[in-house]
Design a protein around this ligand. Structure first.
Ligand code: CA
Ligand code: CA
Length: 225
């Protein structure tokens, strides 16, 4: 006569087991739904004439910043993401599981990459600098820098790896000159863009370079020991 009650307990157990499996399956589905778009993020078409890509190792917690100066003296960087025809897509701060927004959706992203797109070509010299804002180790940080001219066909203007050596280290990755769409004088003669952005331009009538006076300098305490 106890048999029906035993069957009932068994049914409760199987129900719990089944529901747990459903819940776990749903969590797996959610996890894969969030992971899959990462592979797609490389297909974004920036609709630009020039594309500058700065990349360092996936999941590395170090923060690298990209600075680009155009021939008119505009400088784009994390505190001024639009300048002239240039646009910095975002300030990648190197933290694991940062997010990007693609088609309105936030995507978890181990990628460490900043890119600057330039909508139109201006005759004169462009300067591309990289700066290590935060170093978490004393090891040099290899940073890949790529400059592409996109139209009418993609042409790699520069591709190289530059080591950054600690918090505050600024390197000129590449300088190049455009003349009616033709690239020339590719070199890496050092030129500081950080010091340009920290200057007070109000005395010489400059407008586009005036920046927030509260712009943070590289944190002294962040230097690796
Ligand atoms: Ca950054
Ligand atoms: Ca990142």
């Amino acid at each position: 006569m106890f048999e029906p009650e035993q069957e009932s307990e068994f049914d409760v157990f199987t129900d719990l087991l089944f529901n747990s499996l459903v819940a776990i399956s749903f969590l797996f589905f959610l996890a894969f739904a969030m992971i899959n778009p990462i592979a797609e993020s490389g297909k974004i078409d920036p609709k630009a004439e020039l594309l500058i890509t700065v990349r360092w190792a996936d999941n590395n917690p170090d923060d690298v910043d990209t600075y680009v100066e155009d021939p008119l003296g505009n400088v784009v960087w994390y505190n001024k993401r639009e300048a002239g025809l240039m646009h910095l897509d975002r300030d990648d701060r190197g933290m694991f599981k940062d997010v990007i927004v693609v088609n309105g959706e936030e995507i978890a992203n181990p990628l460490n990459q900043e890119s600057v797109s330039i909508r139109g070509l201006t005759n004169g010299e462009y300067v591309v600098n990289i700066v290590q804002y935060i170093a978490t180790t004393s090891e040099p940080l290899p940073v890949q820098v790529k400059v592409e001219k996109l139209n009418p066909v993609v042409k790699v203007v520069f591709y190289g790896t530059i080591d950054l050596n600690g918090s505050g280290d600024e390197k000129t990755a590449v300088r190049f000159t455009l003349t009616d769409g033709e690239v020339g004088d590719v070199n890496n003669r050092p030129k500081s863009l950080v010091s340009l952005t920290r200057q007070d331009k109000s005395s010489d009538g400059g407008d586009s370079l005036v920046i927030d006076p509260n712009a943070p300098a590289p944190p002294a305490g962040a230097t690796a020991q």
